[in-house]
Design a protein around this ligand. Structure first.
Ligand code: BGC
Length: 965
């Protein structure tokens, strides 16, 4: 802060006056009344302050003081106060204006004379006051905006408004009267022995009293006062809010500042300014878990960070929730698995999915959700957590995850995106070392995170257990401080997965902000700071990120309050997601939909379909409303992680099917004997076989066949389906599982519906789909391989032991995850990404592509007509894929846009999908490792349009020619 603002306007006026006869004068002169406060340009003036004196000083070139203590003569000019004869310390002198410090200790009346070349001016009387506050301004007239800074010394203004209730401001002024530790005239105020004002001023902002924290001489300056005040929470909001300093009741000039509601960053900074180091440390680790703090979590859930009641900082109550409230917090709506939500390709519905999770967590008093699993398990479709994820495509996964998170955060629950990064297999997850190039990860797994973060304002990122290129994720500088917080500017906090922290100093320095669920490593963070191994500024930054997340999501404004769960509203969303997300994979001879009025007998076989539907296990496990269904004992799955239960949601497909066809005979066979099941099928008009495959966090499937996991009764589900289909060609297979599987019996069954883990309204949703009350419209968010031999890694890499890192080579497929792998290898999968049948048919016609690449928003638009060519109303997901020039070295095509459209039979709609080059999804981009940037390859781009990623279901809508940039 420069102490002096020179009045150029006033100086200019005096210069003009001097041309009329300056050199004729023999003595300098001081204008009558020509001494004013140099901050506000008003009089009177007060001792100790900076003033401007106008006159005609017979000075050639202007001169300025170059150091302190200030000189008492500049260019031969000096000014003295009578009757004491004190020479004034001078800052600046020109022919028309002199800026000086009014000496301390003057009491009125005083006189002023100017002397140059031995010539003395006439006496001028100085209008002196004990105090005469004047605030420095950014212009020379003493009006308008004040030169007010925030506590980081940034000017308050339109781009940096003060936050009401959250910004400390520094007001620079003159004329506040006597101070303690009075410096000598012309000497700078000390920074160690502060010169504090004798009487504290008051400050009003928009007429509201602002708490004054300190007032005195600004250290290092001469005659310049500084007032530290807080902008009160009830200050008026506006671009020009008036600010006045009063000293002994005497008002300063009025200046204006920009006051806005506080940003989360301002609130966090303000809170940190109130905190002690130990209070800061309290927020950077969990207080739960068995390692160091073994005590029960107050609200259940997965984690707990105690708040600081004296500062009003709420506790963090963390609970899982990828598919509903997890961790056994309480009974909650079991939603269909996240993969089903992705299969809807419906962003609005995905948002509602998130609101259910957020609202129910809040009802249980939880305020941080550990959902947001966006790992691209398409790399490893046998991954036991595939059901929690959003599929294999970074854009679809990123956008669906973003909507889930936005929905969660709309309920004032901190959202999370996890597990950062490349936690793409569960086998050996704590020691798996993902080997991959920067381009490989940035165009795939990391792109999904980047989109999910950019489009959701998510406030927490969970770093994963595994290593990436030899470095554990939770201390990985490239990923955390480099890409996440650097390139992407992620403003929230990074928390570790549960016990995924491996160090104190490395983790803190490289980007971990909060250890969970306890403080095995961060308990020594305070010592590391004291030893200079971690700077205090890093702890401040960690706490800033955590607090800004709490402010951004509204944890301070919306304290926890326990409420009953609104089950019926939430169940309606659960059912809708299942109805929109189930994927019809086969429907030979229009076996489906079943006709309720003509179907006479239905055999329901297997998977406890008389009482329940299956759910996925692990930390995402939901305890469904009403509690788990009771199913026959003895259903035991090999390789089940000990801590994960097998939970059946109490929703009976059989009951719902019977309700749809009240006149039909609907009978159940448990499917434990192929013979009895086939016998029931043979005597029924239609057989519906429910197959199921339980999967969970902490395990991967050994293969892709349903029979790889069998129950204790020895049910071989593949042979069961084959036996039933042999007995009755009208066999419909409904799959309740988490991801892709192979279907050796596919050619012998009539229909296949992929229902995923369908949630607690799975029964009615499945019945509605089978009978056509709802027309299927789900599309696969991941490829169904024809066999494990098609996978980049036909066998899952295995750890040598529980502690030694072992390689998982993701450079095999690199960025070509999922359909991009199949396309680039020329493999035909069982079912392609984006595929799903309907009870009606659609045609795409009149496609055209408009190239707007030279516009300010470079993009292309593909326009086409979509027609429902069948007899039923239904929805189609129109998908746009882009083929890059060969020189880009990419897979043959990538998804770049889609739209889900509902049409009545015979109806047509013209649709335009716009693909923006500057979108965060980088639709045209190729990551260049050397440049460290996305680049666009010149050449021909082909725009494909259709209803799956398979070449046979796509038409070429047009091409784009892009020239070198
Ligand atoms: C899982 C996380 C989960 C955490 C807390 C970990 O084992 O990997 O996804 O959020 O536990 O339950």
């Amino acid at each position: 802060m420069s102490a002096i603002k020179v009045s150029t306007a006033a100086a200019g006026a005096c210069l003009m006056a001097s041309f009329s006869g300056a050199w004729a004068q023999s003595a300098p002169s001081i204008n009558s009344g020509g001494i004013v406060n140099a901050a506000s340009y008003t009089s009177p003036v007060a001792p100790g302050s900076i003033v401007a004196v106008y006159g005609d000083f017979l000075l050639g070139a202007p001169a300025g003081a170059s150091s302190v203590p200030l000189p008492t003569s500049l260019g031969g000019l000096s000014l003295a106060f009578g009757p004491y004869g004190i020479e004034a310390p001078l800052f600046y002198a020109s022919n028309g204006q002199v800026n000086l410090q009014l000496p301390w200790g003057l009491t009125g009346p005083v006189t002023l004379t100017a002397t140059i070349n031995g010539q003395v001016s006439a006496l001028q009387t100085v209008n002196l006051a004990q105090v005469a506050p004047g605030i420095f301004t950014v212009n020379s007239q003493g009006t308008g905006a004040g030169a007010i800074l925030d506590s980081n010394y940034n000017l308050i203004g339109a781009t940096n408004p003060a936050g009401a209730g959250a910004t400390d401001i520094l007001i620079y002024c003159t004329g506040l009267g006597p101070v303690s530790n009075t410096p000598a005239n012309g000497a700078a105020a000390s920074a160690t022995q502060l010169s504090t004002v004798a009487t504290m001023p008051t400050v009003t902002i928009g007429g509201v009293n602002a708490p004054v924290l300190w007032a005195g001489l600004a250290p290092g300056t001469v005659g310049e006062y500084q007032v530290n005040a807080m902008v009160p929470a009830n200050a008026p909001i506006g671009d020009a809010v008036q600010l006045i300093v009063y000293e002994n009741g005497v008002p300063s000039n009025t200046v204006t500042i920009n006051v806005q509601p506080p940003t989360p960053d301002q609130q966090a900074d303000y809170m940190i300014s109130q905190m002690t180091p130990s209070q800061e440390l309290q927020l950077v680790y969990g207080a739960g878990g068995p390692v160091t703090n073994d005590f029960a979590l107050p609200q259940g859930g997965a984690g707990y960070v105690p708040g600081i009641a004296s500062l009003g900082i709420p506790s963090l109550y963390l609970a899982d929730g990828s598919v509903g409230v997890g961790n056994g917090v309480g009974e909650a709506t079991a939603l269909p698995s996240s993969i089903a939500s992705a299969a809807t390709w419906d962003l609005n519905l995905a948002y509602q999915y998130g609101t259910v999770i957020g609202a129910e967590l809040r009802d249980y008093g939880m305020n941080a959700n550990l959902g947001g699993n966006i790992n691209l398990t398409g790399r490893e479709p046998r991954d036991g957590r595939t059901f929690e994820t959003k599929g294999e495509d970074p854009i679809l996964a990123g956008q669906i995850a973003a909507q889930h998170i936005s929905g969660v955060q709309s309920q004032h629950v901190i959202g999370c995106i996890k597990h950062f990064a490349l936690n793409d297999q569960e086998t050996g997850r704590t020691t798996a070392n993902a080997e991959i190039t920067s381009r490989g990860m940035i165009e795939s797994d990391l792109l999904a995170f980047e989109i999910g973060i950019a489009e959701s304002n998510v406030q927490s990122v969970m770093c994963a257990y595994n290593l990436v290129n030899g470095v554990y994720n939770c201390e990985n500088a490239q990923l955390l401080s480099g890409i996440l917080k650097g390139d992407w500017q992620f403003p929230g906090f990074v928390m570790s997965d549960w016990w995924a922290t491996h160090s104190t100093v490395n983790a803190a320095l490289n980007g971990l902000d909060q250890e969970q669920p306890d403080n095995q490593y961060f308990s020594t963070l305070g010592q590391a700071i004291a030893a200079g191994e971690v700077p205090q500024s890093r702890l401040d930054n960690m706490v800033h990120r955590i607090l800004r997340a709490m402010y951004a999501v509204g944890l301070f404004e919306y304290p926890e309050s326990l409420q009953p769960v609104n089950t019926s509203a939430d169940e309606a969303i659960a059912q809708s997601v299942e109805e929109q997300g189930a994927v019809l994979l086969k429907n030979a001879n229009n076996l489906l939909p079943l006709n309720a009025s003509t179907v006479k007998s239905i055999a329901i076989i297997g998977s406890n379909a008389n009482v329940a539907v299956l759910s996925g296990g692990g930390s995402a496990q939901v305890t469904p409303t009403g509690g788990p269904a009771s199913v026959p004992a003895g259903t035991v799955y090999p390789a089940t992680p000990g801590w994960a239960d097998v939970v059946w949601d109490p929703s009976s497909p059989m009951t719902a099917i019977q309700a749809m066809a009240p006149n039909a005979s609907v009978q159940f066979d448990p499917g434990t004997s192929n013979t009895t099941a086939a016998a029931l099928a043979a005597q029924s008009q239609v057989a519906v076989v429910f197959v199921s495959q339980w999967t969970s966090e902490g395990m991967d499937l050994p293969g892709l066949n349903l029979t790889d996991l069998t129950d204790s009764l020895g049910t071989d589900q593949d042979s069961l389906v084959a036996a039933v289909a042999a007995a009755n060609p009208n066999t419909i297979v409904v799959a309740e599982n988490g991801g892709p599987f192979v279907m050796p019996w596919l050619s012998s069954v009539g229909a296949v519906l992929e229902a995923w883990f369908p949630g607690q309204k799975g029964g009615p949703a499945i019945a509605n789909l089978l009978f056509g009350a709802v027309n299927p419209s789900g599309k696969l968010p991941l490829t169904f391989p024809a066999s494990v031999d098609q996978l980049p890694r036909p066998s899952i890499p295995q750890p040598p032991d529980s502690v030694t890192p072992f390689p998982v080579n993701y450079n095999i497929e690199g960025f070509n995850v999922g359909y991009k792998w199949y396309d680039s290898q020329g493999l035909t999968p069982l079912f392609p990404f984006g595929f799903g049948l309907s009870y009606t048919t659609f045609s795409f016609s009149n496609p055209s592509v408009v190239n707007n690449f030279s516009s300010s928003n470079p993009n292309f638009q593909v326009t086409f007509t979509l027609t429902n060519t069948g007899a039923a109303a239904g929805a189609e997901v129109a998908q746009v894929y882009l083929g890059l020039p060969a020189a880009a070295g990419e897979a043959p095509k990538r998804l770049v846009g889609w739209e889900k459209v509902t049409l009545n039979p015979g109806a047509s709609q013209q649709i335009t999908i716009e693909v923006d080059a500057n979108d965060v999804s980088e639709p045209f981009g190729v990551w260049n490792d050397t440049l460290g940037a996305w680049v666009i390859t010149p050449g021909t781009y082909t725009v494909y349009l259709g209803n799956s990623s398979s070449a046979t279901s796509l038409i070429t809508a047009g091409t784009l020619q892009l020239s070198p940039q």
